[in-house]
Design a binder for this molecule. Structure first.
Ligand SMILES: [Ca+2]
Length: 267
């Protein structure tokens, strides 16, 4: 019996040593336990003219960038208090989540990443987009390929999975997150109540995307759609997506024509 125990201990020690040798050194990014952004809970600003209440999918609680050394992918994750309401949201609400992160190189801001989610009123589809807007070069946006996952439930998340290579082409560091989740009420098509329910959040942390190390043997990052029960959308070809800005523009035009309201035009 004692001999067996000693044998097991020797084997365990060798396995542990092997693990220490094989596992690469990875500079961790963020996680749910170590987020970049932490925002108050139950701090949605509900507008008196907007009938939406208890819409906890607007309540931003955390956000972080995560790194997967097995795929060499980087994910931006936005945690909301409860995303259950997004499984079957009331059609009268147009829902937007917009988060931006600065991209820097050598301490200089090179541009801004934008992470977008939009569900138009009377349309059950969710649209997502990741865009890069350079500081120089006429501020012309480009689309960053991504895979989107929406996890429903308490502390549910919006996740944008991207190739680290695509981030590194544009910046060495990402961070300084700022943005919001908001909704507008459209009781009927073309009739907008211009009053938003909204939660805003921001942080100043930065992540370095150059010093991360992929696992040995990683060659082709996988951005193929998952088969999980969560909502998943494929990356859209560059230039083919109308994007949330286009959606807002269309909504603004319809509202102006129908209600003669003066609305802000968003490009
Ligand atoms: Ca919040």
């Amino acid at each position: 019996m004692v001999t067996n125990v000693r044998t097991c201990l020797r084997i365990s020690a060798r396995v542990l040593l092997l693990c220490v040798i094989v596992v690469p050194v990875v500079d961790a990014m963020g996680s749910r336990e170590s987020p970049e952004l932490v925002d108050d809970v139950d701090d949605i600003a509900y507008h008196p003219a907007n009938p939406g209440r208890d819409h906890e999918y607007l309540d931003i609680t955390k956000a972080w960038f995560a790194y997967d050394p097995m795929t060499d992918n980087v994910s931006f994750v936005l945690e909301l208090k409860d995303t259950s309401g997004l499984e079957n949201p009331a059609p009268e609400f147009m829902i937007n989540c917009v988060m931006t992160a600065n991209g820097t190189a050598g301490g200089r801001t090179e541009g801004q990443f934008g992470f977008y989610l939009e569900k138009r009123a009377h349309d059950p589809e969710f649209m997502t987009r990741v865009a890069w807007t350079p500081t120089a070069g006429g501020f012309e946006q480009s689309t960053v390929a991504h895979r989107f996952n929406l996890v429903f439930g308490s502390e549910g998340t919006l996740e944008y999975v991207m190739k680290r290579h695509d981030l590194r082409q544009r910046a060495d560091e990402v961070g300084e997150l700022t943005g919001y989740c908001a909704e507008n009420y459209w009781p009927a098509r073309g009739v907008l109540v211009p009053a938003s329910n909204k939660d805003e959040a921001a942080s100043t942390s930065m992540y370095d995307v150059t010093t991360l190390r992929p696992a040995p043997g990683v060659e082709a990052p996988d951005l193929s759609p998952t088969t999980s029960p969560a909502v998943s959308t494929e990356a859209e070809p560059e230039g083919s997506s109308p994007g949330p800005e286009a959606g807002l523009f269309i909504l603004a035009v319809i509202a102006a024509l129908s209600a003669a309201n003066r609305l802000r035009k968003v490009h």
